[in-house]
Write a protein that binds this ligand. Structure first.
Ligand code: FAQ
Length: 311
């Protein structure tokens, strides 16, 4: 790589300029962005499944309409993100093939099952809450198309978080059985939500370079700490107990100390051993195969239109 080009690139990044698709960029920058954005896109698409599972069983028409809209938003986020990743030179077919063959990663959080309606509250509140915490700084990520996609995604995600917290609040203040159900969902989603931020900084191979290139604006541990500090008072406010006996306010650091995360569980879920990992990929593959006729029909329609134009 030409050292003059590299120097000019680094100066632009240091000046907080956006890098655009046709600009020169180091190959490693392109690779790491393609990796992160495509994983993010896959997460949005696979992330439709746990909640999609409850659309037919939502407890009221209002809840059903909200949940339908939310799951459709996730599809939209996946599509913007695939578009952003495509601008770096990898085709959507290649990315989808990588997901379906099990080569590509997506967020560990979506390999856990949704057992009760309370899980829908917990996902909106905690999973979307963690997602926003991570995505707000990505609105200033150095790659223009990714940063711009994040602006709209964050607006929608913040509505998702509120709807989840509202479900959680209603259940936590409901009958003893509803409260028990909400506490159980909270217990199951708490630790996996903390894992969403990725491995600890001293064990995160990509963080240092991604911070230098301003792809990441905050580290995994910094974001995880912010999430804990914001979420614990929300749990207390609705009368839920955080399932962590070591959780304690630390006056000196102005944040909570929290217990050890089970990183073995994290790495086994990353490797594809999550409780419902096989089910998730099977559902994606089946959706792709069963709906091939839609893609074929769209292509046939387009070919006819082109032929008519040429005639
Ligand atoms: N799951 O060196 P680092 C959503 C991998 S939100 C699986 O720290 P990096 C919204 C990592 O890829 C969820 N793998 O990596 C929604 C790397 O492997 P690689 C999606 C993980 O990239 C809500 C290795 O471990 N959000 O979908 C995870 O610097 C509700 C070493 O890690 C994003 O993707 C994990 N949790 O930092 C939808 C946000 N963590 O690639 C539906 C954008 C780490 O070298 C319903 N991404 N790994 O083979 C990021 O900010 C970063 O990529 C991190 C990881 C922070 C996730």
């Amino acid at each position: 790589e030409d050292p003059a080009l590299l120097e000019a690139f680094e100066a632009r990044v240091a000046a907080d300029e956006f890098i655009e698709p046709k600009d020169w960029m180091p190959e490693a920058y392109r690779r790491t962005l393609t990796r992160q954005i495509s994983q993010h896109a896959h997460s949005e698409i696979v992330g439709m499944l746990p909640e999609g599972n409850w659309i037919t069983r939502a407890p009221s028409l209002r809840r059903k309409a909200i949940l339908l809209a939310k799951v459709q938003d996730e599809a939209g986020h996946g599509l913007y993100l695939y578009c952003a990743a495509e601008t770096l030179g990898t085709s959507r077919e290649q990315m989808i093939e990588a997901l379906h063959s099990g080569k590509a990663k997506y967020s560990t959080i979506f390999n856990y099952p949704t057992l009760t309606w309370a899980d829908i509250g917990a996902i909106g509140w905690l999973v979307d809450g963690a997602a926003i915490m991570n995505q707000v700084p990505l609105q200033r990520t150095s790659y223009g198309p990714y940063a711009r996609a994040m602006v709209r995604v964050c607006k929608e995600e913040s509505f998702h978080q509120r709807q989840g917290y509202e479900i959680s609040m209603q259940l936590a203040r409901g009958t003893p059985e509803q409260k028990r159900m909400m506490q159980d969902a909270f217990n199951r989603w708490w630790w996996p939500s903390l894992m969403m931020f990725g491995p600890p900084d001293d064990n995160s191979p990509n963080t240092a370079q991604s911070m230098r290139w301003r792809i990441k604006r905050e580290t995994n541990d910094e974001l995880r700490q912010k999430f804990v500090d914001i979420t614990v008072p929300q749990a207390e406010f609705i009368g839920l107990t955080v399932p962590d006996p070591d959780l304690k306010w630390n006056e000196e650091k102005g944040g909570y100390d929290f217990g050890a995360i089970d990183w073995e569980e994290f790495y086994s879920v990353v490797k594809g051993e999550g409780p419902v990992a096989k089910e998730r990929i099977t559902a994606r593959r089946e959706a792709w195969e069963k709906n091939a006729w839609v893609r074929e029909a769209a292509q046939a329609h387009e070919a006819k239109k082109q032929a008519r134009k040429a005639a």
